[in-house]
Every structure is written in C-alpha cells, then in structure tokens.
Design a protein around this ligand. Structure first.
Ligand SMILES: CCNc1ncnc2c1ncn2[C@@H]1O[C@H](/C=C/CNC(=O)c2cc(-c3ccc(F)cc3)cc(O)c2O)[C@@H](O)[C@H]1O
Ligand SMILES: [Mg+2]
Length: 214
C-alpha cells in the first residue's frame, strides 16, 4: 500500500539529515515541506518564534499537545537544559511511531517522553504519572477546538503556576477563536500575539503567548 506523508517525511529525514544533529533534521523537514509535500509542522518562521520563547522561558517542565511528526518536539527539546524533559501527547499511533523515529534520529530521545493518548484523558493523569507539579511551558498545536477545553483542564488540575507560559500555534489559520477570546479577556492571563505566516506559505497566521498570572 502507498506510504503516508509522515512516512515520506521520515524517509526524507533519514536520507538528508545527519543522525544526532537536530538542526539538520529540522532543515530536512522544512526542505521536504517546501519542495515536496506541505505538512502541518509549525515550520521555520513560527519555529524561530517558538525557539525564542523557549529560550526566554528556559523551562524545567514542558508539555506539548499534538506531537504529529515530532518537528516542534525536536525544535523544543534541542533547546532544553541538560536533565530537562519534555512530555508530548499524541493520540494517533501512526503519527506517534513516525515521531518516535524522527526524535530518535535527532538524538533527542532522552529529552522526550512521548505519551500516546488523548489530552482529555491524559492531562488529569499527568501529576501522578510523571510526578509533575506544574508546567513552566506548554505548546498547543493539536485540534484547534481543543485548545480552550484543555487550558481549562490545566487550570482545574492545578498544572499552572504564576508565570507558566502557554504558546498556541494557528490562532489565525486554521484559527482558535474561542481560545483567543478566553486568554485575551481573562484577568488570569497576560496575552501577546506574534504575527507570522502559515508554515511554508504566505497566508497570515501567528502564535499567541499567554502567561498565567495565578
Ligand atoms: C482530542 C484532542 N486531544 C488530542 N490529544 C492528543 N493528540 C491530539 C489531540 N488532538 C489532536 N491530536 C494530534 O495532534 C495533531 C493535530 C494537529 C491539528 N493541527 C491542525 O489541524 C493544523 C492545521 C493547519 C492547516 C492550516 C491551513 C490549511 F489549509 C490546512 C491545515 C496548520 C497547522 O499548523 C495545524 O497545526 C495530530 O497529530 C493529531 O493526531
Ligand atoms: Mg500547527
């Protein structure tokens, strides 16, 4: 049977990137998406904004919702201080399998805890399963209509502390209007929009950074 796009992306990484070199893995995926097949990775332009926010926060505890093929997982994990781990949630086993191989090719498997399942089920289990009290940094890039319910779940489960930073992809395209309305109007968040473009296109998109105020 025909391969899937994630499988073709993995092949491109194995062919064009250098094992153990995260930068080359990122470049290989961006090259594949620009020259062969578009895919919904955060991409290089928004990825650079992601890098700058991660570097600024220098988090000890990180959560990513929506691993997909692991592109943003690699971008984040390569910037983490030694001993820091990132938890990434993905409920599609086929995507999780590709991501595992791409993260391993980058040599970052020791900095990443991949968890297979839905954020709705997993978020309430995180404290206990991973002995986490709160997250310093959360990257939201899963189903756009799940951003709002999941941020409310973070609040309910006590996973946010004063200063926790949430960064959401695609707040313009495809868009997350209810999420934006919430974080921009809630007195419990300080929000800022980073304008950019939809990955590998000229279409307007951007990232929303929201700091939990406690
Ligand atoms: C039930 C919600 N909980 C979840 N828990 C765990 N993993 C989840 C969850 N939702 C979705 N996922 C996974 O996250 C990924 C989904 C991401 C959804 N992203 C998008 O739809 C998206 C879509 C676009 C886009 C933009 C313009 C277009 F014309 C076409 C597509 C661009 C992006 O950057 C995107 O992130 C998949 O790997 C999916 O299996
Ligand atoms: Mg996205």
């Amino acid at each position: 049977t025909r391969s899937t796009r994630p499988q073709r992306m993995l092949k491109a990484v194995q062919k064009n990137a250098t094992k153990g070199n995260p930068e080359s893995v990122i470049s290989a995926i961006d090259y594949f998406c620009k020259n062969s097949e578009w895919a919904m990775n955060v991409g290089d332009e928004k990825g650079s904004i992601l890098d700058s926010v991660v570097t600024e926060v220098n988090p000890s505890t990180v959560l990513e919702l929506g691993t997909y093929c692991g592109y943003s997982t690699v971008r984040i994990a390569r910037l983490l201080s030694p001993g820091t781990k990132l938890i990434t949630l993905e409920f599609n086993p086929a995507y999780a399998t590709v991501a595992r191989q791409i993260i391993a090719y980058a040599g970052l498997q020791d900095k990443v805890t991949q968890v297979e399942g839905s954020s709705a089920d997993l978020i309430p289990q995180i404290k206990e399963r991973f002995s986490i009290t709160t997250f310093d940094f959360i990257f939201l890039d899963h189903w756009k209509d799940r951003y709002l319910p999941d941020i409310k779940l973070f609040e309910e489960c006590g996973l946010l502390r004063k200063g926790s930073v949430l960064l959401a992809d695609n707040v313009i395209c495809p868009g997350a209007p209810e999420y934006l309305e919430y974080v921009r109007n809630s007195p419990r968040y300080e929000s800022r929009y980073y304008p950019a473009h939809l990955e590998y296109t000229k279409v307007e998109d951007g990232l929303e950074k929201s700091v939990f105020l406690g």
